[in-house]
Design a protein around this ligand. Structure first.
Ligand code: BGC
Length: 262
C-alpha cells in the first residue's frame, strides 16, 4: 500500500457546456433531446414517442410535455413543426392535422410546459439553422437553400447566414404539380420509383428552384440523405449540391439553437 502523505490531486473544474432542449414534431414520431449548444451535438439520448393520432395540437402538446418531463428539464424549449410559423402561430397544415391552422402553438405549448420560454419554428428552418452552424453549411456565404425530402419537401433559405423563414418551396408548382407531390421521398416509396426515376423528378424540382433563386449551394437532407450516394450522383443541376450532415438530429439541434437565440 502506498503510504506517502502527498496532497490529493486537484480535481479539474468540470465545465458544463451550454445546453438546450429541442423537440422535433414529425408525422410519425415526436423526438427530443438535450443539445450541447456549443458543439451542435446531442448531449443525451433521443427520446421518441409516437405522434398521437389524431395529431391535434392538444394531443401533441401532451406528448411534448411528456418528453420534457422525462428529461427533468426546466430551461427553454425549442419545438419544430411541419408548418408555417409566424410569431408562434401555425398557419398551414400540409401533412398534419388541419386543426393546427390558426393555433397559437407557442401559447399552447407554454400552457403545457409551465413557466419557461418556448419557441416554435418550422422544421426545415430549424434544420437549416443547424446545418449552417454545425453541418454542411458551415462557413458558407451567399444564398444557401436547404431542402428536406421526407413525407413532404421542407425548405430553408439562408442568405449570408441569415434565415428567411417559412419559404415552403415544397408547395411551389413545378410543371403543373406541387414540388412535394412530384419529388418527396414518400413519393418514391409510394410509387416504388427507381433511384434514377426519382432523381429525375428531384432534378426537375431543383432546376426550377435554381432558375428562380440562383442559389450558391443546395443542401439536401431528410431521412433519404442517409442514402445520398444512391441518388446525388444521378442529379442533373448546375448548382453545387451536398448532403446534410446532421442527419436526423438537425431538427432537434436547430430547435434548441432557436430557443436560445430568440
Ligand atoms: C410543410 C412544411 C414542412 C415540410 C417538411 C411540408 O409539407 O408544408 O412546413 O417544412 O413539409 O416537413
Amino acid at each position: 500500500m502506498n503510504s506517502t502523505n502527498s496532497a490529493p490531486e486537484p480535481v479539474p473544474p468540470t465545465s458544463q457546456p451550454p445546453l438546450g432542449l429541442g423537440v422535433d414534431i414529425g408525422g410519425s414520431g415526436v423526438k427530443g433531446a438535450i443539445v450541447n449548444l456549443d458543439a451542435g451535438t446531442l448531449h443525451t439520448e433521443r427520446i421518441r414517442i409516437d405522434t398521437p393520432k389524431p395529431a391535434t395540437p392538444a394531443a401533441v402538446a401532451g406528448t411534448v410535455a411528456e418528453i420534457v418531463t422525462q428529461f427533468s428539464w426546466d430551461g427553454p424549449v425549442g419545438i419544430t413543426v411541419p408548418a408555417v410559423v409566424k410569431a408562434g402561430v401555425t398557419y398551414s397544415a400540409a401533412n398534419i392535422d388541419p386543426s393546427w391552422i390558426g393555433t397559437n402553438a407557442e401559447a399552447l405549448f407554454a400552457s403545457y410546459l409551465g413557466d419557461r420560454r418556448v419557441t416554435v419554428l418550422n422544421d426545415a428552418d430549424a434544420a437549416g439553422i443547424a446545418e449552417l452552424q454545425f453541418g454542411a453549411g458551415r462557413g458558407e456565404k451567399g444564398l444557401v437553400i436547404l431542402l428536406t425530402f421526407g413525407t413532404g419537401i421542407g425548405s430553408a433559405i439562408l442568405y449570408d447566414g441569415v434565415l428567411v423563414p417559412n419559404s415552403e418551396l415544397g408547395h411551389l408548382e413545378v410543371n403543373g404539380k406541387e414540388a412535394e407531390h412530384r419529388a418527396a421521398a414518400s413519393v418514391r416509396e409510394r410509387k416504388k420509383l427507381s433511384w434514377t426515376d426519382w432523381a429525375a423528378e428531384v432534378s426537375t424540382v431543383l432546376n426550377t428552384y435554381q432558375a428562380l433563386f440562383s442559389p450558391d449551394l443546395f443542401i439536401v437532407g431528410g431521412g433519404v440523405s442517409r442514402k445520398s450516394e444512391k441518388w446525388l450522383p444521378l442529379l442533373s443541376v448546375n448548382t453545387r449540391i451536398v448532403p446534410a450532415q446532421l442527419r436526423n438530429t438537425a431538427g432537434i439541434v436547430g430547435g434548441a439553437l432557436a430557443a436560445r437565440s430568440l
